[in-house]
Design a protein around this ligand. Structure first.
Ligand SMILES: Cc1cc2nc3c(=O)[nH]c(=O)nc-3n(C[C@H](O)[C@H](O)[C@H](O)COP(=O)(O)O)c2cc1C
Ligand code: SF4
Length: 419
């Protein structure tokens, strides 16, 4: 799989390296923290790592925390299995990410910043390190940030471990060399982050948008895509499409346009569903493709979420109960074990799913599925648990006939996903 060319008319900015490297960093230095955060808030930039928090507001909060040291972290860990939007982005636009992180560090008052990436992303690591080394040689980063005498050391941190490392409180521990399980938030890393200090944590795609915004203006960014979440996002479309790969898509693009941009269906058979949001995502049936915008709110409305940016196109050969059960089992296997309803509840959900697959489920299982899913979601310590029931719930909701007569009798409601 590769990066796909976007159709004409779709704005492209994440995969595009700044034409004048470091101009945005200089602009941020001139604007000061208040000016930079005001521009990002006016642009409406929201985090691309899942939570959709306003980036400018996060940086304001981090900068406002009284502490002897602040940090900035680029989250390029990319937790979901078989997703590589972040790897492609880092390989194609390392300048944008390093510059975005440098602007974050400058804005929150950090003299040290880290780029967390998967250890196996060797090419991405090499390219990031080359940008940093060049910038240090030129006096842009390092001991004299932009020649001011102020220090900014950026280090690439290759990490290896479970999918939980992508969660920001775990990431803070992993960077400190500690074993990680998510912590209750608040406090967020903006208050208590790396080594207990205020830390701005942002996905690499969020950071790559920052130089573009400072170079082109908040208004230009705010006009792209969905007004509630402007800009572009990276979508990895795979499965039953002719050209699987990663597309840069304006937020709010209808799902059927994304499928068309990936060349339509590969097998000639029609696509019956999209799985949006990876293993904790939701199934979306074909009749909703035209009316569902690819945005946090749009996907949440149908029981899915953007998450890692994965879209899996499924044709008629795929049995939804089987796939939903397999994904739930993955969620159970990946649960870190800290919260009992997650550790045990996701396992029980997978067992119920398996009974549907085996044709052994009765009406009590259909009810149990709904009740347990609600309990699991309500008791969630982190979004892993909150979203884990989504494949089974959306499967039952939209593909009830595949689950058999026991399901048809119940009214199902999917969990609403984290955007
Ligand atoms: C289980 C779990 C896994 C996550 N994995 C990632 C990840 O791989 N990459 C990422 O940027 N954010 C991930 N997040 C979200 C981060 O905790 C955090 O919200 C994000 O990095 C903040 O950056 P943003 O404001 O730019 O979105 C994950 C969250 C959870 C609960
Ligand atoms: S909700 Fe699940 S994954 Fe999250 S902290 Fe609890 S046990 Fe771990």
């Amino acid at each position: 799989m590769k990066r796909l060319n976007a159709p004409k008319g779709w704005s492209q900015l994440l995969f595009v390296a700044p034409t004048e490297p470091w101009a945005a960093l200089r602009a941020a230095a001139a604007a000061g923290a208040a000016g930079t955060t005001a521009t990002l808030i006016a642009a409406g930039l929201r985090g691309r790592g899942g939570g959709g928090f306003l980036t400018g507001a996060k940086w304001q909060a981090t900068a406002a925390e009284p502490a002897s040291q602040h940090y900035a972290v680029a989250n390029g860990y990319e937790s979901d299995p078989a997703v590589f939007t972040n790897r492609l982005l880092v390989e194609e636009n390392p300048q944008g990410i390093v510059e975005g992180l440098a602007i974050a560090a400058l804005t929150v008052g950090a003299s040290e910043a880290f780029i967390a990436v998967r250890a196996e992303y060797t090419e991405a690591i090499k390219r990031l390190e080359a940008v940093i080394a060049n910038a240090e040689r030129e006096g842009i980063l390092g001991s004299t940030l932009l020649g001011t005498g102020r220090e900014l050391i950026i280090t690439v941190r290759p990490l290896q471990g479970s999918s939980m490392i992508g969660e920001e409180t775990v990431l803070m521990k992993a960077l400190a060399g500690k074993r990680g399980q998510p912590e209750q938030t608040p406090p967020y890393p903006s208050e208590v982050g790396y080594l207990g200090k205020p830390t701005a944590v942002n996905n690499v795609a969020t950071l790559a948008a920052v130089p573009w915004i400072l170079n082109n203006g908040a208004e230009a960014f705010a006009q792209i895509g969905d007004t509630t979440q402007p800009g572009t996002v990276l979508v990895q479309i795979s499965g039953s499409v002719t050209n699987p790969g990663v597309l840069e898509v304006p937020t709010g693009t209808p799902l059927n346009e994304i499928i068309a941009a990936a060349g339509g269906t590969a097998s000639g058979a029609s696509i019956k569903a999209l799985l949006a949001g990876g293993p904790t995502g939701g199934f979306i049936p074909a009749n909703l493709f035209g009316g569902t915008p690819y945005s946090g709110a749009g996907l949440k409305g149908v029981g899915a979420h953007i998450g890692s940016g994965a879209l899996l196109a499924l044709d008629d050969s795929v049995a939804i109960p089987e796939l939903a059960t397999m994904l739930t089992r993955w969620c159970a296997d990946e649960a870190c074990g800290k919260t009992i309803p997650c550790r045990i509840g996701t396992r029980r959900l997978a067992e119920i799913g398996q009974r549907f697959v085996d044709g052994l489920a009765g009406p009590a299982d259909a009810e149990r599925l709904q009740k347990l899913a609600a309990d699991v979601t309500d008791s969630a310590l982190c979004a892993h648990e909150a979203l884990a029931p989504s494949p089974l719930l959306t499967g039952v909701r939209y593909f009830a006939s595949e689950f058999g007569p026991a399901v048809a009798a119940t009214s199902a409601t999917p969990a609403s996903g984290r955007s």
